[in-house]
Design a protein around this ligand. Sequence first.
Ligand code: SF4
Ligand code: SF4
Length: 479
Amino acid sequence: MDSTSPVNLLKRSPHDDKAHVLHPALEPGAKHWVPSRYNIRASAQDGRLIIWNTLRGSMSVFKAEQAETVISMLSQKGFEAPQRDLVKYLVERGILIQRGVNEYRQVQLIYGQQQFRPDVLQLILLASEDCNFRCQYCYEKFEHGTMHPLVRTGIKRMVEKRLPQLRNLHIEWFGGEPLYGLSAIEDIAPWVRDMAEKHGVRYSSAMTTNGYLLTPDVADKLLSWRLNHFQVTLDGPAEHHNQSRPARDGSETFQTIFNNLKSLAKRKDDFSVLLRVNFAPGNHEDVPRLMDQVRQELGTDSRFRFHFHPVGRWGGANDANVEVCGSSGFDISAQLKAEANERGLQVETLRGLNLPGAQVCYAARPYNLIIGATGKVMKCTVVLDTDERNIVGQIQPSGEMTLDPDKMGLWTEPAFESDNQCKKCIMLPNCQGISCPLVRMQTGESPCVPTRRYAKRQMLETLKYVDNGKVKQVPAMTR
Ligand code: SF4
Ligand code: SF4
């Protein structure tokens, strides 16, 4: 024992006799607040203010009478105030931050947390690389049919080995036309559903299909295998669709698809269908007729949602003859959304796309792999095996997967770290500079998402179509 100290230093700290000084972050006093560098704000015609903080992914709507106060709190010089009431709310939404906080570091942290996930596995399985359609703009080669049985065995063995470490498993069926390879889906999908359940792994499954073979008996099977999210393309009303998306024998496809959708709409099951409409200069004016037909025959069922997409030259043999909309694509898409909304139909908005990492391409995530019908492992669903850089490995019937680390690195690198435009960009938390690694590889340029240019318009659209006039209540201002 120290002879000068009244306490036994081996048993008790002398600091315990002093009043505690809390860490500054826990002190209740005033702090200096400044606006986040990741705020995007837009004002609606009725005076409401909407602020999207891309780092938190929060979207906050303020009543007209609060807008001026909120804007006054967002000046760059900042202000001193205790963290309560409106200040507390703005801090919780990420709109205000304490002076000196390095938000870029937080983006790096979020990127790391989202990118390196040994507990997540997402597989895009090409059940068939062939297709029963021959769409005008298609970029695929149709060189292989249904997924080989040995490849299916390899997938099952690989998934079985990974399951004990997984928390999330997602299987996406793609092609060609995946339902052209139904026997591969029948082999794998119910097995994966059962195994995920057995291991307590969160499981989801989706399919991009042309819808021609999505008959009621096939839908019965798919839904029972928990494969319940579909993307189906309808290129406008029947005459346009039949021209741009004919069957491989040249016959019409619209009515068969539409009948399948009508049968789906009659079901009680929990599913979603994204109705993709590829529009081109020659067809967008007729798309509202398709909306009328959907409304009349499918109703305003919220399980069906429209997505309007300008046709592009996507690398197919027919590219030179494909007419594209160019820079007017966004305006046309906005106009089509307004038309759909007027008819009470659901449209895609920023909702769901507002979260950090939401606009990152799956090819950029190390846990996402495409497995082709012959066992090739790939990353990008557009170039598939036409670009050597995209063939990152091969799956063996044993379930072993040999991945080329150089190629995997090429697709999954944190490209924003060496891109000065990305480092300064307000969209960085959302797109992480990797919304399309292919564009970056092919052009050396930042693959900017349209939201970078059109964020305010998209925010106002979201306010109009989703919130339906409702304003979130925020605390009264008492500063
Ligand atoms: S890398 Fe680009 S082209 Fe390929 S799947 Fe991703 S977004 Fe599409
Ligand atoms: S790719 Fe474009 S939109 Fe995305 S972070 Fe970089 S500069 Fe911004």
